[in-house]
Design a protein around this ligand. Structure first.
Ligand code: BV8
Length: 267
């Protein structure tokens, strides 16, 4: 199930003709930077951690039962994030945001990411909604006081706060509610969008996996760019099979030549 150049040309037409684009990204977009995804075992998953199921560790219950283990896991994941760079897929999405917001309006582009790694922002994306939070900010379990990860000391695990609580990442764990503001921004963008593109996500985690239906119900065109088929592949108007780091730069150069405009991503 590979994509054809004519699919990319068609998607480029849809992008150039759109007025409000919503992009949903998942761990697959960061895979080509070398970060392990959640559900397909990756050679990047450190042997120490590959025996643990992220679904088990990314929960408040796991943190309560074994705060040292969960803190060590997030410290390892942060170490991995700090060792990698954004990939061409991240840069292409930042270029699309610049082009659409300059050619149309700031609201013309909204990126909703399930990723907590901050690689979209490092690639230059500005309009990013971090649906599941970020590994770069932690908070005290007692006071809720937040601190950037860079200010924490990981000499011992778990990390205690100055107020006698434990520090935990500002990440949405399974079973926890998503941030109100992230959900509100996403809801507004979905209501207004005429093009919804799901990229690098297995479309299995709720409520993000239902966003495509919300977009479809209000009349938006829906697209999936993913390496493998997912539960939404048969529902979208167009499914492009491929690696985001290859498909997205190709797509944007087609958008640019179609629009006959100045180069995408030019500052
Ligand atoms: C909540 C932070 C309610 C942690 C994460 C129905 C409605 C509501 C909730 C539920 C529901 N049914 C079940 C639930 C509960 C649960 C859920 O969805 N469970 C699922 C698994 C069944 N949802 C929740 O708990 C959510 N909370 O609903 O709360 C509530 C309300 C009020 C009060 C209290 C509670 C919270 C969900 C958030 C969980 N946190 N992340 C962390 O990162 O440590 S989710 C986690 O999974 C990551 O964010 C990750 O991004 C996300 C989704 O995974 P994907 O991104 O899709 O990654 P995955 O590996 O699965 O797939 C990668 C894809 O990329 C693959 O398809 C692969 O083919 C592709 N790929 C690989 N390489 C490439 C590629 N594609 C392109 N190019 C490549 N190179």
């Amino acid at each position: 199930m590979a994509h054809s150049p004519s699919d990319l040309d068609q998607l480029a037409e849809w992008i150039v003709g759109s007025s409000n684009v919503v992009i949903l990204t998942g761990a697959g977009v960061s895979a080509e930077s070398g970060l392990a995804t959640f559900r397909d075992p990756s050679e990047h998953a450190d042997a120490l951690w590959s025996k643990y199921d992220p679904m088990e560790l990314a929960t408040a219950g796991a943190f309560e039962r074994d705060p040292e283990l969960v803190t060590r896991w997030y410290h390892w994941r942060f170490t991995r994030v700090s060792e990698v760079e954004p990939n061409p897929g991240h840069f292409a999405l930042a270029g699309l945001e610049r082009w659409l917001t300059e050619q149309r309006s700031p609201e013309a582009f909204t990126m909703v990411t399930q990723n907590i790694d901050g690689l979209h922002q490092r690639a230059g994306s500005k309009r990013v909604v971090e649906l599941h939070g970020t590994i770069h900010t932690w908070r005290c379990t007692k006071t809720g006081q937040e601190a950037p990860l860079s200010e924490l000391s990981f000499e011992s695990f778990p990390v205690t706060s100055t107020r006698g609580g434990l520090m935990r990442p500002c990440i949405v764990w399974f079973g926890e509610a998503l941030p109100d503001q992230a959900l509100a921004l996403t809801g507004t963008a979905l209501e207004r969008c005429d093009l919804f593109v799901s990229i690098g996500t297995s479309a299995t985690v709720q409520p993000a996996a239902s966003f495509v239906q919300i977009a479809k119900q209000q009349g938006a065109k829906t697209v999936e760019i993913n390496r493998d088929a997912t539960p939404i592949t048969d529902d979208v108007d167009m499914a492009l099979a491929g690696a985001s780091g290859e498909v997205l730069p190709d797509l944007l150069s087609r958008v640019q030549s179609l629009a006959g405009d100045r180069k995408i991503g030019d500052t």
